[in-house]
Ligand binder design. Structure first.
Ligand code: 5AD
Ligand code: SF4
Length: 461
Protein backbone atom coordinates (compact mmCIF):
# COMPACT_ATOMS: atom_id res chain seq x y z
CA UNK A 1 0.00 0.00 0.00
CA UNK A 2 1.25 3.49 -0.81
CA UNK A 3 2.25 5.68 2.12
CA UNK A 4 0.89 8.74 0.28
CA UNK A 5 -2.66 10.01 0.82
CA UNK A 6 -2.52 12.15 -2.31
CA UNK A 7 -2.70 15.55 -0.58
CA UNK A 8 -0.60 18.67 -1.09
CA UNK A 9 -0.48 21.95 0.81
CA UNK A 10 0.73 25.11 -0.94
CA UNK A 11 1.71 28.27 0.93
CA UNK A 12 2.04 31.30 -1.33
CA UNK A 13 4.09 34.30 -0.23
CA UNK A 14 4.44 37.48 -2.29
CA UNK A 15 2.89 39.02 -5.36
CA UNK A 16 -0.02 38.24 -7.66
CA UNK A 17 2.36 36.45 -10.02
CA UNK A 18 3.13 33.98 -7.26
CA UNK A 19 -0.59 33.39 -6.73
CA UNK A 20 -0.82 32.56 -10.44
CA UNK A 21 2.28 30.34 -10.31
CA UNK A 22 0.88 28.47 -7.32
CA UNK A 23 -2.25 27.66 -9.33
CA UNK A 24 0.02 26.15 -11.99
CA UNK A 25 1.92 24.15 -9.35
CA UNK A 26 -1.42 22.89 -7.97
CA UNK A 27 -2.43 21.85 -11.50
CA UNK A 28 0.80 19.87 -11.95
CA UNK A 29 0.40 18.21 -8.55
CA UNK A 30 -3.16 17.32 -9.43
CA UNK A 31 -2.05 15.59 -12.61
CA UNK A 32 0.47 13.61 -10.52
CA UNK A 33 -2.31 12.47 -8.16
CA UNK A 34 -2.07 15.08 -5.38
CA UNK A 35 -5.13 17.15 -4.52
CA UNK A 36 -4.88 20.46 -2.72
CA UNK A 37 -5.63 20.45 1.02
CA UNK A 38 -6.03 23.37 3.44
CA UNK A 39 -4.63 21.27 6.28
CA UNK A 40 -0.83 21.14 6.22
CA UNK A 41 -0.73 18.45 8.91
CA UNK A 42 -2.33 15.88 6.64
CA UNK A 43 -0.36 16.81 3.48
CA UNK A 44 2.20 14.48 1.86
CA UNK A 45 3.75 17.38 -0.03
CA UNK A 46 4.26 20.87 1.40
CA UNK A 47 5.22 23.57 -1.10
CA UNK A 48 6.23 27.10 -0.16
CA UNK A 49 6.12 29.41 -3.19
CA UNK A 50 8.49 32.13 -2.11
CA UNK A 51 9.25 35.82 -2.63
CA UNK A 52 12.63 37.53 -2.25
CA UNK A 53 11.71 41.13 -3.00
CA UNK A 54 12.24 42.18 0.63
CA UNK A 55 14.17 40.57 3.49
CA UNK A 56 10.99 40.01 5.51
CA UNK A 57 9.31 37.93 2.78
CA UNK A 58 12.44 35.79 2.45
CA UNK A 59 12.57 35.19 6.21
CA UNK A 60 8.90 34.20 6.16
CA UNK A 61 9.71 31.43 3.66
CA UNK A 62 12.60 30.04 5.74
CA UNK A 63 10.58 30.18 8.91
CA UNK A 64 7.56 28.45 7.32
CA UNK A 65 9.64 25.62 5.85
CA UNK A 66 11.76 25.40 9.04
CA UNK A 67 8.68 24.23 10.93
CA UNK A 68 8.72 20.94 9.04
CA UNK A 69 12.10 19.78 10.34
CA UNK A 70 10.48 18.08 13.34
CA UNK A 71 7.51 16.84 11.28
CA UNK A 72 9.96 15.08 8.92
CA UNK A 73 11.34 12.99 11.76
CA UNK A 74 7.78 11.89 12.54
CA UNK A 75 6.79 11.40 8.88
CA UNK A 76 9.97 10.73 6.85
CA UNK A 77 8.07 10.37 3.56
CA UNK A 78 6.81 14.00 3.78
CA UNK A 79 8.09 15.96 0.74
CA UNK A 80 9.03 19.61 1.35
CA UNK A 81 9.51 22.01 -1.57
CA UNK A 82 10.86 25.53 -1.79
CA UNK A 83 9.68 27.05 -5.08
CA UNK A 84 9.99 30.44 -6.77
CA UNK A 85 12.21 33.47 -6.18
CA UNK A 86 14.04 32.50 -2.96
CA UNK A 87 14.68 29.04 -4.41
CA UNK A 88 16.16 30.61 -7.56
CA UNK A 89 18.31 32.96 -5.51
CA UNK A 90 19.56 30.43 -2.95
CA UNK A 91 19.96 27.23 -4.97
CA UNK A 92 21.67 24.54 -2.90
CA UNK A 93 22.51 27.08 -0.17
CA UNK A 94 18.87 26.64 0.92
CA UNK A 95 19.91 23.27 2.47
CA UNK A 96 22.30 25.07 4.89
CA UNK A 97 19.33 26.50 6.74
CA UNK A 98 16.82 23.79 5.83
CA UNK A 99 18.66 20.43 5.86
CA UNK A 100 15.35 18.57 5.74
CA UNK A 101 14.25 20.27 2.49
CA UNK A 102 13.75 17.93 -0.50
CA UNK A 103 13.33 20.15 -3.55
CA UNK A 104 14.59 23.60 -4.52
CA UNK A 105 12.53 24.55 -7.56
CA UNK A 106 13.60 27.77 -9.30
CA UNK A 107 11.36 30.18 -11.18
CA UNK A 108 12.13 28.65 -14.56
CA UNK A 109 11.97 24.97 -13.61
CA UNK A 110 8.21 24.43 -13.36
CA UNK A 111 8.07 22.19 -16.42
CA UNK A 112 10.15 19.60 -14.51
CA UNK A 113 8.23 19.81 -11.21
CA UNK A 114 6.19 16.66 -11.82
CA UNK A 115 9.26 14.59 -12.75
CA UNK A 116 11.03 15.81 -9.58
CA UNK A 117 8.05 14.80 -7.46
CA UNK A 118 8.19 11.31 -8.99
CA UNK A 119 11.91 11.04 -8.22
CA UNK A 120 11.37 12.15 -4.61
CA UNK A 121 8.55 9.66 -4.17
CA UNK A 122 10.90 6.96 -5.36
CA UNK A 123 13.45 7.78 -2.67
CA UNK A 124 15.67 10.61 -4.00
CA UNK A 125 16.44 12.84 -1.00
CA UNK A 126 17.51 16.18 -2.46
CA UNK A 127 17.00 17.93 -5.81
CA UNK A 128 18.05 21.43 -6.85
CA UNK A 129 16.72 22.76 -10.15
CA UNK A 130 17.49 26.41 -10.78
CA UNK A 131 18.30 26.10 -14.46
CA UNK A 132 17.52 29.27 -16.41
CA UNK A 133 15.44 29.16 -19.56
CA UNK A 134 14.02 31.55 -22.17
CA UNK A 135 10.94 29.35 -22.49
CA UNK A 136 7.77 30.13 -20.58
CA UNK A 137 6.16 27.14 -18.93
CA UNK A 138 2.75 26.65 -20.55
CA UNK A 139 -0.05 24.60 -19.00
CA UNK A 140 -3.72 25.26 -19.47
CA UNK A 141 -5.79 25.74 -16.29
CA UNK A 142 -6.88 22.50 -14.69
CA UNK A 143 -10.65 22.52 -15.12
CA UNK A 144 -11.10 19.95 -12.38
CA UNK A 145 -9.88 22.33 -9.66
CA UNK A 146 -11.85 25.54 -10.13
CA UNK A 147 -13.02 27.04 -6.86
CA UNK A 148 -16.74 27.56 -6.60
CA UNK A 149 -17.88 31.20 -6.59
CA UNK A 150 -14.53 32.50 -7.74
CA UNK A 151 -15.03 35.58 -9.91
CA UNK A 152 -11.56 36.86 -10.63
CA UNK A 153 -8.27 35.25 -11.71
CA UNK A 154 -4.75 36.38 -12.54
CA UNK A 155 -3.19 35.58 -15.90
CA UNK A 156 0.55 36.06 -16.37
CA UNK A 157 1.23 37.41 -19.86
CA UNK A 158 4.98 37.89 -19.56
CA UNK A 159 7.81 36.93 -17.27
CA UNK A 160 11.06 38.49 -16.13
CA UNK A 161 12.18 42.08 -16.36
CA UNK A 162 14.82 44.02 -18.29
CA UNK A 163 14.59 47.27 -16.37
CA UNK A 164 17.20 46.67 -13.67
CA UNK A 165 15.98 49.14 -11.08
CA UNK A 166 18.91 49.25 -8.69
CA UNK A 167 16.95 48.07 -5.61
CA UNK A 168 15.21 45.14 -7.29
CA UNK A 169 15.99 41.41 -7.42
CA UNK A 170 13.39 40.56 -10.07
CA UNK A 171 15.70 40.65 -13.13
CA UNK A 172 18.08 38.29 -11.29
CA UNK A 173 15.54 35.80 -9.98
CA UNK A 174 12.96 35.86 -12.79
CA UNK A 175 15.33 36.33 -15.72
CA UNK A 176 15.06 38.40 -18.91
CA UNK A 177 11.73 39.73 -20.07
CA UNK A 178 9.75 37.39 -22.33
CA UNK A 179 6.14 37.49 -23.49
CA UNK A 180 3.71 34.60 -23.82
CA UNK A 181 2.16 33.91 -27.22
CA UNK A 182 -1.20 35.71 -27.59
CA UNK A 183 -2.98 32.49 -28.57
CA UNK A 184 -1.85 30.74 -25.36
CA UNK A 185 -3.10 33.67 -23.27
CA UNK A 186 -6.44 33.87 -25.10
CA UNK A 187 -7.02 30.12 -24.85
CA UNK A 188 -6.32 30.26 -21.11
CA UNK A 189 -8.81 33.11 -20.63
CA UNK A 190 -11.45 31.29 -22.71
CA UNK A 191 -11.13 28.34 -20.30
CA UNK A 192 -11.42 30.67 -17.30
CA UNK A 193 -14.55 32.29 -18.79
CA UNK A 194 -16.05 28.87 -19.46
CA UNK A 195 -15.59 28.06 -15.78
CA UNK A 196 -17.39 31.14 -14.50
CA UNK A 197 -14.56 33.67 -14.20
CA UNK A 198 -15.79 37.21 -14.90
CA UNK A 199 -12.65 39.26 -14.36
CA UNK A 200 -9.05 38.70 -15.39
CA UNK A 201 -5.99 40.65 -14.28
CA UNK A 202 -3.19 40.46 -16.86
CA UNK A 203 0.17 40.33 -15.11
CA UNK A 204 3.69 41.32 -16.08
CA UNK A 205 6.50 43.36 -14.53
CA UNK A 206 6.01 45.90 -17.30
CA UNK A 207 2.92 45.10 -19.36
CA UNK A 208 3.57 48.11 -21.62
CA UNK A 209 6.40 46.27 -23.30
CA UNK A 210 4.32 43.09 -23.87
CA UNK A 211 5.03 41.49 -27.21
CA UNK A 212 7.29 44.23 -28.50
CA UNK A 213 10.21 41.92 -29.18
CA UNK A 214 8.67 38.65 -30.16
CA UNK A 215 4.91 38.54 -30.52
CA UNK A 216 4.04 41.14 -33.16
CA UNK A 217 1.10 42.28 -31.02
CA UNK A 218 1.21 45.23 -28.64
CA UNK A 219 -0.34 45.23 -25.17
CA UNK A 220 -3.28 47.43 -26.24
CA UNK A 221 -3.79 44.97 -29.13
CA UNK A 222 -3.89 42.11 -26.64
CA UNK A 223 -6.41 43.99 -24.46
CA UNK A 224 -8.65 44.38 -27.49
CA UNK A 225 -8.50 40.63 -28.23
CA UNK A 226 -9.17 39.67 -24.59
CA UNK A 227 -12.15 42.03 -24.53
CA UNK A 228 -13.79 39.97 -27.28
CA UNK A 229 -13.91 36.84 -25.09
CA UNK A 230 -17.50 36.10 -24.15
CA UNK A 231 -18.24 35.90 -20.42
CA UNK A 232 -15.37 38.14 -19.34
CA UNK A 233 -16.88 41.33 -17.94
CA UNK A 234 -13.80 43.11 -16.68
CA UNK A 235 -10.11 43.27 -17.54
CA UNK A 236 -7.44 44.67 -15.23
CA UNK A 237 -3.68 44.77 -15.68
CA UNK A 238 -0.55 45.31 -13.58
CA UNK A 239 2.09 46.64 -13.62
CA UNK A 240 2.72 49.57 -15.95
CA UNK A 241 6.13 51.17 -15.91
CA UNK A 242 5.74 54.98 -16.06
CA UNK A 243 8.52 55.34 -18.64
CA UNK A 244 6.63 53.12 -21.11
CA UNK A 245 3.01 54.18 -20.52
CA UNK A 246 1.99 54.94 -24.12
CA UNK A 247 -0.77 57.11 -25.52
CA UNK A 248 -2.05 53.94 -27.20
CA UNK A 249 -2.51 52.28 -23.79
CA UNK A 250 -4.20 55.36 -22.32
CA UNK A 251 -6.63 55.27 -25.27
CA UNK A 252 -7.24 51.55 -24.72
CA UNK A 253 -8.21 52.22 -21.09
CA UNK A 254 -10.51 54.99 -22.28
CA UNK A 255 -12.06 53.17 -25.24
CA UNK A 256 -12.26 49.44 -24.48
CA UNK A 257 -15.40 49.03 -22.40
CA UNK A 258 -14.30 45.99 -20.43
CA UNK A 259 -10.93 47.49 -19.42
CA UNK A 260 -11.26 48.89 -15.90
CA UNK A 261 -10.46 52.52 -15.43
CA UNK A 262 -7.72 51.85 -12.96
CA UNK A 263 -3.97 52.07 -13.46
CA UNK A 264 -1.31 50.96 -11.00
CA UNK A 265 1.69 53.13 -11.83
CA UNK A 266 4.60 52.70 -9.39
CA UNK A 267 6.41 56.01 -8.86
CA UNK A 268 8.82 54.80 -6.11
CA UNK A 269 10.02 58.33 -5.19
CA UNK A 270 9.17 62.00 -5.71
CA UNK A 271 12.80 63.09 -5.89
CA UNK A 272 14.60 63.27 -9.25
CA UNK A 273 17.91 62.54 -7.54
CA UNK A 274 16.56 59.30 -6.03
CA UNK A 275 14.71 58.28 -9.22
CA UNK A 276 18.03 58.54 -11.05
CA UNK A 277 19.86 56.45 -8.45
CA UNK A 278 17.04 53.91 -8.69
CA UNK A 279 17.51 53.81 -12.51
CA UNK A 280 13.80 54.39 -13.08
CA UNK A 281 14.17 56.21 -16.41
CA UNK A 282 11.75 59.10 -15.74
CA UNK A 283 11.62 62.30 -13.75
CA UNK A 284 9.03 63.51 -11.27
CA UNK A 285 7.67 65.88 -13.90
CA UNK A 286 7.34 63.25 -16.65
CA UNK A 287 5.59 60.97 -14.14
CA UNK A 288 3.12 63.71 -13.19
CA UNK A 289 2.52 64.48 -16.86
CA UNK A 290 1.51 60.82 -17.39
CA UNK A 291 -0.96 61.12 -14.50
CA UNK A 292 -2.39 64.26 -16.08
CA UNK A 293 -2.73 62.49 -19.45
CA UNK A 294 -4.58 59.59 -17.80
CA UNK A 295 -6.97 61.95 -16.01
CA UNK A 296 -7.56 63.98 -19.13
CA UNK A 297 -8.54 60.82 -21.01
CA UNK A 298 -10.62 59.34 -18.15
CA UNK A 299 -11.51 61.86 -15.43
CA UNK A 300 -12.90 59.13 -13.12
CA UNK A 301 -9.81 56.87 -13.37
CA UNK A 302 -8.54 55.15 -10.20
CA UNK A 303 -4.80 55.48 -9.62
CA UNK A 304 -2.52 53.60 -7.28
CA UNK A 305 1.22 53.44 -6.84
CA UNK A 306 4.20 51.83 -5.09
CA UNK A 307 6.65 53.89 -3.05
CA UNK A 308 9.96 52.99 -1.41
CA UNK A 309 11.14 55.14 1.48
CA UNK A 310 14.64 55.24 2.91
CA UNK A 311 16.45 54.33 -0.31
CA UNK A 312 20.22 54.96 0.03
CA UNK A 313 21.03 58.72 -0.23
CA UNK A 314 17.40 59.70 0.52
CA UNK A 315 17.60 62.87 2.64
CA UNK A 316 14.70 64.42 4.53
CA UNK A 317 14.33 66.87 1.61
CA UNK A 318 14.06 64.00 -0.88
CA UNK A 319 11.48 62.33 1.32
CA UNK A 320 9.46 65.55 1.53
CA UNK A 321 9.42 65.64 -2.27
CA UNK A 322 7.73 62.21 -2.11
CA UNK A 323 5.15 63.50 0.39
CA UNK A 324 4.59 66.46 -1.88
CA UNK A 325 4.17 64.21 -4.93
CA UNK A 326 1.46 62.07 -3.36
CA UNK A 327 -0.49 65.20 -2.54
CA UNK A 328 -0.18 66.40 -6.10
CA UNK A 329 -0.97 63.03 -7.70
CA UNK A 330 -4.03 62.31 -5.48
CA UNK A 331 -3.72 58.51 -5.59
CA UNK A 332 -6.66 56.40 -4.49
CA UNK A 333 -4.26 54.12 -2.67
CA UNK A 334 -0.56 53.46 -2.26
CA UNK A 335 1.63 50.49 -1.39
CA UNK A 336 4.55 51.80 0.62
CA UNK A 337 7.69 49.95 1.66
CA UNK A 338 10.81 50.66 3.67
CA UNK A 339 13.83 50.01 1.45
CA UNK A 340 15.17 46.51 2.05
CA UNK A 341 18.75 45.81 1.12
CA UNK A 342 19.04 42.84 -1.28
CA UNK A 343 22.57 41.56 -1.75
CA UNK A 344 22.06 40.64 -5.43
CA UNK A 345 20.74 44.11 -6.37
CA UNK A 346 23.21 46.94 -7.14
CA UNK A 347 21.89 49.33 -4.46
CA UNK A 348 23.26 46.99 -1.76
CA UNK A 349 26.69 48.42 -2.64
CA UNK A 350 25.58 52.04 -2.32
CA UNK A 351 27.09 53.96 0.55
CA UNK A 352 24.86 56.28 2.60
CA UNK A 353 22.28 53.74 3.72
CA UNK A 354 19.42 55.21 5.78
CA UNK A 355 19.01 54.07 9.42
CA UNK A 356 16.23 51.51 10.00
CA UNK A 357 14.48 53.71 12.60
CA UNK A 358 14.49 56.64 10.17
CA UNK A 359 13.01 54.41 7.41
CA UNK A 360 10.21 53.32 9.75
CA UNK A 361 9.52 56.89 10.75
CA UNK A 362 9.30 58.00 7.09
CA UNK A 363 7.07 55.04 6.26
CA UNK A 364 4.65 55.99 9.06
CA UNK A 365 4.58 59.63 7.97
CA UNK A 366 3.84 58.59 4.39
CA UNK A 367 1.08 56.16 5.36
CA UNK A 368 -0.52 58.70 7.67
CA UNK A 369 -0.64 61.32 4.96
CA UNK A 370 -2.05 58.85 2.43
CA UNK A 371 -4.75 57.82 4.89
CA UNK A 372 -6.10 61.36 4.97
CA UNK A 373 -5.85 61.59 1.17
CA UNK A 374 -7.65 58.26 0.68
CA UNK A 375 -10.35 59.29 3.11
CA UNK A 376 -10.89 62.53 1.18
CA UNK A 377 -11.07 60.63 -2.12
CA UNK A 378 -13.48 58.08 -0.69
CA UNK A 379 -15.71 60.80 0.74
CA UNK A 380 -16.03 62.29 -2.73
CA UNK A 381 -17.69 59.01 -3.81
CA UNK A 382 -20.65 59.51 -1.43
CA UNK A 383 -23.81 59.95 -3.46
CA UNK A 384 -22.22 58.48 -6.62
CA UNK A 385 -23.59 55.37 -8.26
CA UNK A 386 -20.75 53.01 -9.13
CA UNK A 387 -20.58 49.75 -11.05
CA UNK A 388 -19.52 46.91 -8.75
CA UNK A 389 -18.50 43.37 -9.69
CA UNK A 390 -19.89 41.17 -6.90
CA UNK A 391 -17.19 38.91 -5.43
CA UNK A 392 -18.94 37.29 -2.47
CA UNK A 393 -20.56 37.67 0.89
CA UNK A 394 -19.07 40.09 3.39
CA UNK A 395 -16.84 38.75 6.17
CA UNK A 396 -19.52 39.63 8.75
CA UNK A 397 -21.96 37.36 7.00
CA UNK A 398 -19.39 34.60 6.47
CA UNK A 399 -18.43 34.74 10.15
CA UNK A 400 -22.04 34.27 11.21
CA UNK A 401 -22.84 37.76 12.54
CA UNK A 402 -25.77 38.02 10.17
CA UNK A 403 -28.57 35.46 10.36
CA UNK A 404 -28.58 33.36 7.20
CA UNK A 405 -32.37 33.74 7.23
CA UNK A 406 -32.13 37.55 6.94
CA UNK A 407 -33.81 38.68 3.76
CA UNK A 408 -31.20 41.29 3.05
CA UNK A 409 -27.75 39.82 2.63
CA UNK A 410 -24.43 41.62 2.95
CA UNK A 411 -22.23 41.29 -0.07
CA UNK A 412 -18.93 42.65 -1.23
CA UNK A 413 -17.36 43.60 -4.54
CA UNK A 414 -15.09 46.08 -6.26
CA UNK A 415 -15.53 49.24 -8.28
CA UNK A 416 -13.74 49.73 -11.57
CA UNK A 417 -11.22 51.86 -9.68
CA UNK A 418 -10.55 48.83 -7.43
CA UNK A 419 -12.27 50.09 -4.26
CA UNK A 420 -13.94 47.52 -2.03
CA UNK A 421 -17.68 48.11 -1.60
CA UNK A 422 -19.95 46.40 0.93
CA UNK A 423 -23.64 46.54 0.33
CA UNK A 424 -26.91 45.10 1.50
CA UNK A 425 -28.74 43.35 -1.21
CA UNK A 426 -31.55 41.05 -2.03
CA UNK A 427 -31.44 38.94 -5.14
CA UNK A 428 -27.92 39.75 -6.32
CA UNK A 429 -25.64 36.91 -7.31
CA UNK A 430 -21.87 36.51 -7.08
CA UNK A 431 -20.43 37.50 -10.48
CA UNK A 432 -23.14 40.09 -11.23
CA UNK A 433 -22.16 43.58 -12.25
CA UNK A 434 -24.45 45.83 -10.23
CA UNK A 435 -25.13 49.48 -9.68
CA UNK A 436 -24.41 50.56 -6.09
CA UNK A 437 -25.18 53.98 -4.62
CA UNK A 438 -22.42 54.90 -2.17
CA UNK A 439 -23.70 56.11 1.21
CA UNK A 440 -20.85 55.79 3.71
CA UNK A 441 -17.10 55.37 3.72
CA UNK A 442 -14.72 53.45 5.96
CA UNK A 443 -10.90 53.76 5.98
CA UNK A 444 -10.47 50.89 3.54
CA UNK A 445 -13.87 50.44 1.93
CA UNK A 446 -17.18 51.99 0.90
CA UNK A 447 -20.73 51.09 1.89
CA UNK A 448 -23.77 51.42 -0.34
CA UNK A 449 -27.09 50.04 -1.40
CA UNK A 450 -28.04 48.46 -4.64
CA UNK A 451 -29.69 51.05 -6.88
CA UNK A 452 -31.93 48.36 -8.32
CA UNK A 453 -31.79 44.69 -7.50
CA UNK A 454 -30.94 43.79 -11.01
CA UNK A 455 -27.95 43.03 -13.12
CA UNK A 456 -26.08 46.18 -14.01
CA UNK A 457 -24.52 46.27 -17.41
CA UNK A 458 -23.51 49.87 -17.99
CA UNK A 459 -21.03 49.28 -20.70
CA UNK A 460 -21.37 45.66 -21.65
CA UNK A 461 -24.27 44.56 -23.76
N1 5AD B 1 12.96 47.18 -0.92
C1 5AD B 1 11.73 47.68 -0.70
N2 5AD B 1 10.74 47.62 -1.63
C2 5AD B 1 11.04 47.05 -2.81
N3 5AD B 1 10.29 46.87 -3.92
C3 5AD B 1 11.04 46.23 -4.84
N4 5AD B 1 12.25 46.00 -4.35
C4 5AD B 1 12.29 46.51 -3.09
C5 5AD B 1 13.28 46.59 -2.10
N5 5AD B 1 14.52 46.11 -2.27
C6 5AD B 1 8.91 47.36 -4.04
C7 5AD B 1 8.75 48.34 -5.20
C8 5AD B 1 7.99 47.53 -6.22
C9 5AD B 1 7.15 46.64 -5.33
C10 5AD B 1 6.59 45.44 -5.98
O1 5AD B 1 8.04 46.27 -4.30
O2 5AD B 1 7.97 49.43 -4.77
O3 5AD B 1 7.21 48.32 -7.09
FE1 SF4 C 1 11.93 45.37 -10.41
FE2 SF4 C 1 12.12 47.68 -11.74
FE3 SF4 C 1 11.61 45.40 -13.07
FE4 SF4 C 1 9.72 46.46 -11.46
S1 SF4 C 1 10.56 47.41 -13.33
S2 SF4 C 1 10.35 44.27 -11.56
S3 SF4 C 1 10.95 47.32 -9.84
S4 SF4 C 1 13.49 45.89 -11.97
Amino acid sequence: MTKYKGLAFINTIGCQMNVYDSEKLAGILNSYGFEKTQDMDEADIVVCNTCSIRHKAEEKAFSFLGRFAREKTRRPHLITVMAGCVAQQEGKKAFDRLPHLNLVLGTQAFSRFGAHIDALKSGTQRIVDIEESDMIFEALPDETCFEENKVSRFVTIMQGCDNFCTYCVVPYVRGRERSRAPEAILEEIRILARNGIKEVTLLGQNVNSYGIREQGLSFPGLLEKVSRIEGIKRIRFATSHPKDLSEELIHAVRDIDKVCRHVHLPVQSGSDKILKKMNRGYTRETYLSRIRALREACPDIGLSTDIIVGFPFETKEDFHLTLDLIQEARFDSIFAFAYSDRSSAPAAKFSSQVEETEKKDRLNQLLELQETLTEKKNRAEIGQTLGVLVEGFSAKERDGFVKPSAKTRQMTGRTESNKIVHFASDGIKIGDLVDIKIEKTYPHSLWGTSAADQCWERKIK
